[in-house]
Design a protein around this ligand. Structure first.
Ligand SMILES: [Zn+2]
Length: 276
């Protein structure tokens, strides 16, 4: 496989937590110890949040991304937007570039038909071409999708977002782009939510690429109070089936929301169980 960025394993010496023995494991996750940094004071940046995920995924090997370049960010965002983030927040800016790098690396794996989850932060789906809010700065998924649409001349791509919140940034980015469809799943009950996702995918035609904005804040013990851990397994599995049958088996998912540290790890694992 020809990957865009250099891939290296985290060395145990440089890891904050014990990531020893994580080589040669069959399942992989994209992560960088830089995501542990509490880069600002919002719920997405809290200490313990990424630990909740990585402490759960102890049987996964870790693939570490490099920071994205300014050119990558400018695929979606204006120069003014970039400069604003750069000038206002030094730590945030560095972490946000690393998060975009994680999404780009995930898209590399997906393009090569290896499904992958990127445990990254800050999240991105509220970041528009020229504006940001909701703990987001650069739109990780949107940048990765646009990069691949251009670089690989993809015919089309689909973004499925199952976060509690509507990804206005992703929607704004692709509103006038005929290549990319953005779909935010909704529902008032778990069954409803899953049925809506299935119905949407059933009427969707073939795509070259599937990207997933994976937010876990709709869990029954998180802000949304709706989905069970097992529902995330079902969602992962539904997306996998769609991708295999109608999406060239190219799929990746990036972390968006999810704020209850005591359930976030098991929800991520359940989703991955279905998705890989
Ligand atoms: Zn959210």
């Amino acid at each position: 496989m020809a990957f865009r960025k250099t891939i290296k394993m985290i060395t145990p010496d440089s890891a904050k937590l014990t990531l020893k023995g994580r080589k040669n494991m069959s399942k992989q996750v994209i992560f960088h110890e830089g995501y542990y940094l509490e880069y600002t004071s919002d719920p997405a940046a809290k200490t313990g949040r990424m630990e909740a995920i990585m402490d759960e995924l102890t049987d996964f090997s870790v693939i570490t991304p490099s920071p994205a370049t300014i050119e990558d960010v400018l695929l979606v965002h204006s120069e003014e937007h970039l400069v604003r983030v750069q000038n206002d927040y030094d730590q945030v800016y560095k972490c946000a570039l690393l998060a975009v790098g994680g999404a780009l690396l995930a898209a590399d794996y997906a393009y090569n038909q290896q499904p992958i989850f990127a445990a990254i932060r800050p999240p991105g789906h509220h970041a528009s071409p020229d504006g940001y809010w909701g703990f987001c700065y650069f739109n990780n998924v949107a940048i990765a999708v646009r990069y691949y649409c251009i670089q690989k001349q993809l015919r089309n791509a689909l973004i499925v977002d199952f976060d509690l919140h509507f990804g206005d940034g992703s929607n704004n980015t692709f509103r006038n782009d005929p290549l990319v469809t953005y779909y935010a799943a909704e529902g008032t009950t778990p069954n409803d939510f899953i049925a809506n996702l299935i119905d949407f995918l059933a009427q969707m035609s073939e795509v070259d690429f599937l990207a997933v904005s994976a937010g876990f804040d709709r869990h029954e013990a998180d802000w949304g109070g709706l989905l069970s851990t097992n529902d995330y397994r079902s969602i992962g599995s539904i997306l996998k089936t769609y991708s295999e049958d109608h999406g060239k088996n190219r799929r990746f998912a990036c972390l968006e929301g999810g704020y209850n540290h005591s359930v976030l790890g098991k929800n991520v694992r359940a989703f991955i169980d279905g998705f890989y």
